[in-house]
Design a binder for this molecule. Structure first.
Ligand code: ATP
Ligand code: MG
Length: 433
């Protein structure tokens, strides 16, 4: 059959794009509660939300992330727009956030902002690594001191506590100095590694030409062995940077946040200076970094704004979700289950049931009510009520309608009572606490 130029083959199912996943209803409740918990923590630190477009000019990412980074070299989803302009699905949020702040002149005063949304990278899909994934991130503009970094790390630590993950995630920090310090170090590192070029893994050999600092990140054992004798980045970092790092460590210690100094931590993006950090978990296999960030004082100017100090981080929601799942979502605030399941013994009583449930929803705006909307015996409806996870079953049958009452059964304890709704649902609402 031919229509509109398409040939339909009715049996072939169309699937989602590789590495891009639906968030099905069994997951979306946990997902939404995770997002809500994060948003609440941001609010308590006076961060405000910003929402940016998902597509940007490709040039924005080349100029910010850097030409020789993994993202720009091989992971970007880039398309020609219908007018021939090159646009990209955003691989991360910082570049777009900085672009937006410059465009709307938000940087005349300090700003603390957060965002949440999908990001796109053409990577090999595996556990904790997708092509469409989600990040929640934050950026603070206008602060030069280590205080803002300390506050961000305290915020992160608070979030892990709220999610019950404080024992699963630990902090690594480093100071990578200024871009001048790194340029000097890059040369020293290349001079050293060039002597052992053929012993390096293939990726690191390539990076020796393009982005030698990323070699410090190599997972290859032989390369790591060679790095033992390499010059240390810390030897090239200025006194000022060292003092900044000491101050950060002091504030973290005072705030009760444990941080491991990892002198090899450099991060994959070009724009960082001084402080960089990662929150890592050993419960996630190879994809153990849940959250990463650092200071990027040069980026605003590089994208055409006034020089503005900045610090930010982004966390991978899929990886956080995997951690929460491994802990049965036990500490995740809130619940997916309805508060009450309304059992309606006969469709003839539905009009009365609606009166009760609508009134109850007004009285208890946060309370979820699942009303039985089909036929079915009381017994089968009780089974559905149990399965729904609701704490209460509200029974509406012949007697209840005649007497203008509702029978409440606490499904956890089996306790049962009858309350009047002849006047309003105040008494019923009070009984559902
Ligand atoms: P990795 O080393 O795992 O590739 P990255 O350095 O590329 O991470 P960032 O750009 O710092 O990651 O992004 C911050 C966080 O976003 C990561 O720590 C991770 O939790 C998450 N993340 C990054 N890429 C992906 C992806 N492809 N799929 C799922 N989560 C991701
Ligand atoms: Mg990556």
């Amino acid at each position: 059959m031919k229509t509109l130029g398409f040939t339909f083959m009715p049996l072939k199912k169309i699937k989602a794009i590789r590495g891009m996943h639906d968030i099905t209803p069994d997951k979306s409740g946990h997902w939404a509660r995770l997002e809500k918990a994060v948003a609440a923590v941001f609010a308590t630190y006076a961060y405000r939300e910003i929402r940016m477009p998902i597509v940007e000019n490709t040039g924005l990412f080349h100029r910010s992330i850097g030409e020789v980074t993994d993202i720009v070299e091989k992971e970007m989803y880039t398309f020609a727009d219908r007018n021939g302009e090159s646009i990209a699905l955003r691989p991360e949020g910082t570049a777009g956030c900085v672009r937006a702040c410059i465009e709307h002149s938000l940087l005349d005063t300090p700003q603390k902002l957060w965002y949440n949304g999908p990001m796109f990278r053409y990577e090999r899909p595996q556990k904790g690594r997708q092509r469409q994934f989600h990040q929640i991130g934050a950026e603070a503009f206008g602060y030069t001191g280590a205080e803002v970094e300390a506050e961000i790390l305290l915020l992160n630590a608070k979030l892990w506590r709220v999610l019950g993950l404080e024992k699963s995630i630990s902090l690594q920090i480093n100071n990578i100095g200024s871009s001048e310090a790194r340029a000097a170090y890059r040369q020293a590192l290349v001079d050293y590694l060039n002597q052992y070029r053929s012993d390096l893994d293939a990726d690191s050999q390539r990076r020796l030409e393009t982005n030698p600092l990323r070699i410090l990140d190599s997972k290859d054992a032989a390369t790591q062995q060679l790095l033992e004798g390499a010059p240390a980045l810390s030897a090239f970092v200025s006194q000022e940077s060292k003092e900044h790092f000491a101050r950060l460590n002091e504030l973290l210690a005072a705030g009760g946040v444990e941080a491991l100094h990892n002198p090899r931590l450099v991060r994959g993006l070009d724009y960082y200076n001084d402080t960089v950090f990662e929150w890592v978990s050993d419960e996630l296999g190879a994809q153990g970094t849940v959250c990463g960030g650092g200071r990027y004082d040069g980026l605003v100017e590089q994208l055409g704004g006034k020089p503005t100090p900045a610090v930010g981080f982004a966390m991978g929601i899929e990886r956080l979700y995997l951690l929460l799942e491994a802990h049965d979502f036990a500490a995740l605030p809130g619940s997916d289950a309805p508060g009450a399941y309304v059992i309606v013994a006969d469709p003839a009583y539905q009009a009365f049931a609606f009166e009760v449930t609508e009134s109850l929803r007004s009285a208890l705006p946060e309370f979820a009510i699942m009303q039985h909307l089909a036929a079915g015996s009381i017994k089968s409806q009780f089974k559905k009520a149990d399965k729904s996870g609701a704490k209460f079953a509200l029974v509406i049958a012949e007697n209840e309608v005649a007497e203008q009452t509702v029978t409440i059964k606490n499904l956890h304890t089996g306790e049962q009572s009858i309350v009047s709704v002849s006047k309003d649902t105040t008494e019923l609402a009070a009984a559902l606490k």
